[in-house]
Ligand binder design. Structure first.
Ligand code: SF4
Length: 120
């Protein structure tokens, strides 16, 4: 039987939390330690309740992002730079856990669906 909570170690990983905080700060969303802790808890519980994608799908999505023109590999962000109108500006490792961030999939798949970029 598959473990539907396989992603919980990712939510608790100090390395991933540190990387996520870099993105939160880059995007100007850091409002203090307690607010970001609450934000992570809410997002984590939301994933536990709604469910995340499978590990194999998550890993496949990570690879798709690596090839995406709007991906910032330095911070692992969906968005090339702060203030860019391209991308959703989320931290990839957590974003790729979501079943459908947009109705058609990820940001680029949703907005430029004819170009066969991104993931669904
Ligand atoms: S648009 Fe999609 S494929 Fe591109 S970086 Fe964002 S999540 Fe990844």
């Amino acid at each position: 039987m598959k473990n539907r909570f396989w992603f919980i170690p990712l939510l608790l990983s100090p390395r991933l939390i540190r990387e996520w905080l870099v993105v939160v700060r880059r995007e100007g969303h850091y409002q203090g330690r307690w607010k970001v802790t609450k934000q992570l808890w809410v997002a984590g519980w939301s994933l536990v309740i709604r469910g995340a994608v499978t590990r194999s799908k998550w890993e496949a999505r990570l690879r798709v992002c690596e090839e995406c023109p709007v991906f910032d590999s330095t911070t692992k962000t969906c968005g090339p730079f702060l203030g860019s109108p391209l991308g959703c500006h989320c931290y990839r490792e957590y974003l790729c856990l979501e079943k459908k961030p947009y109705p058609r999939g990820c940001w680029i798949r949703h907005h430029l669906s004819k170009m066969a970029l991104g993931w669904d």
